[in-house]
Design a protein around this ligand. Structure first.
Ligand code: V1P
Ligand code: CA
Ligand code: ZN
Length: 373
């Protein structure tokens, strides 16, 4: 099936929020990506919607009322970010209390919940929310630039309709918040590919596999620096193929965190735009209802390029697209080549030189075989 029905959720306000000067997370990247999507005339080929803002009640499907209530009230001025009735909800510089923090959360979460509803209604084959993918947020705590876990909320919505949901996370960081939320269930399989070893958030070893009924349903693929377009598919594709065979998901959520790209400000992997998008292409061709979400990504121009290209992949128009960028308001950001590309660099791939990738792959396949599929 090469033609698919795509829903694209975008709130034009999202790019205006700022985590503060010097903070790596830049919501503005969604605006730059959107402008490329418009300039490439993708808008006329998909159902474009401004998502309804998520209500506090909707957020409480995962988060505690106290935490949601705190986010609703907190402002940079009140500066009560460290304690609220004796509880610490925001800790350190990663999660500042910026202007409009709660509205930003309602947009991100609203998009992922609406995407899930759209799939479940049968109206779309793929739903996209680049403002989502905030995988570190916990039930009662913000973490790693994430306040409300839109992914968990979207998956909970999908579980109302679909018996089994597969969550795949190609952000350079471990998808700890999503893993933790579904650690004890066999209805959600989580699979995160991430840099492991002296890297935030420090979790996600292959020994962490789930608990109780969920044992074996949390899959962690720890990586070393420098994985590239040549080696990444040799782990991603066989692992996902095995998951599809053993778990047989009825819907898939793919978190497309773009800090796994070469040259990311926080990441240390070496994927090109095409290598990153190959994951989207591989999942799309399985013909299973799919949600595409954003996530990390700190070299803003490359995030915009990649999410625009992945929107084209969802539409099945990646081979028609002009690799010379069209004119947009942000055209000068894309110099000196002005191309729809993210190139790799010459860093060494630490995963292949000592055979560690082969070991990780084998161990993952053994874990999945133990599920008896
Ligand atoms: O390393 C840490 C914490 C802060 N230390 C006490 C340990 N935080 C990281 C957080 C990375 C979050 C990634 C989010 C995502 O997975 C999903 C959206 O991509 C961190 C880093 C870093 N280089 O890892 N925080 C910051 N840099 C930071 C820098 C400047 C200002 C504020 C935060
Ligand atoms: Ca990940
Ligand atoms: Zn990340």
């Amino acid at each position: 099936m090469s033609k698919k029905r795509i829903s694209y959720f975008y709130d034009p306000d999202v790019g205006a929020y700022s985590f503060g000067l010097g903070h790596p997370m830049k919501p503005h990247r969604m605006r730059i990506a959107h402008d490329l999507i418009v300039a490439y005339d993708m808008i006329s080929r998909m159902h474009v919607m401004r998502p309804p803002r998520a209500s506090p009640e909707a957020m409480s499907a995962f988060h505690t009322d106290e935490y949601v209530d705190f986010l609703k009230k907190v402002t940079p001025a009140t500066h009560d970010s460290l304690t609220y009735q004796g509880t610490r909800f925001l800790v350190g510089d990663d999660n500042p209390s910026f202007e409009g923090i709660f509205e930003f959360c309602t947009i991100s979460a609203g998009g992922s919940i609406a995407a899930a509803k759209r799939l479940a209604s049968g109206a779309s084959d793929i739903a996209i929310n680049w403002a989502g993918g905030l995988h570190h947020a916990k039930k009662r705590e913000a973490s790693g630039f994430c306040y409300i876990n839109d992914i968990v909320l979207g998956i909970l919505e999908l579980l109302r309709t679909y018996p089994r949901v597969l969550y795949i996370d190609i952000d350079c960081h471990h998808g700890d918040g999503v893993e933790e939320a579904f650690y004890s269930t066999d209805r959600v399989m989580t699979c995160s590919f991430h840099k492991y070893g002296e890297f935030f958030p420090g979790t996600g070893t292959q020994e962490d596999k789930g608990r109780g009924k969920g044992t074996g349903y949390a899959v962690n693929v720890p990586l070393k620096d420098g994985i590239n377009d040549e080696s990444f598919p040799t782990i991603f594709e066989p692992v996902i193929a095995k998951i599809l065979e053993t778990f047989r998901p009825s819907a898939i959520v793919l978190q497309c965190g773009a800090d796994s790209l070469a040259g990311d400000k926080l990441g240390c992997l070496n994927l090109t735009m095409d290598g990153h998008a190959r994951c989207v292409q591989y999942i799309r061709k399985q013909n299973i209802p799919l949600i595409l979400l954003g996530g990390g990504g700190y070299t803003v121009k490359n995030v915009a390029r990649t999410w625009a290209f992945e929107t084209a992949c969802a539409l099945g128009m990646e081979n028609e697209i002009d690799r010379n960028l069209p004119w947009t308001e942000y055209f000068e950001w894309f110099g000196p080549r002005y191309r729809l590309e993210v190139l790799s660099n010459n860093m060494e791939d630490q995963n292949v030189k000592d055979g560690s990738l082969d070991e990780v792959r084998q161990k993952t396949i053994e874990q999945l075989n133990a599920l008896g599929g």
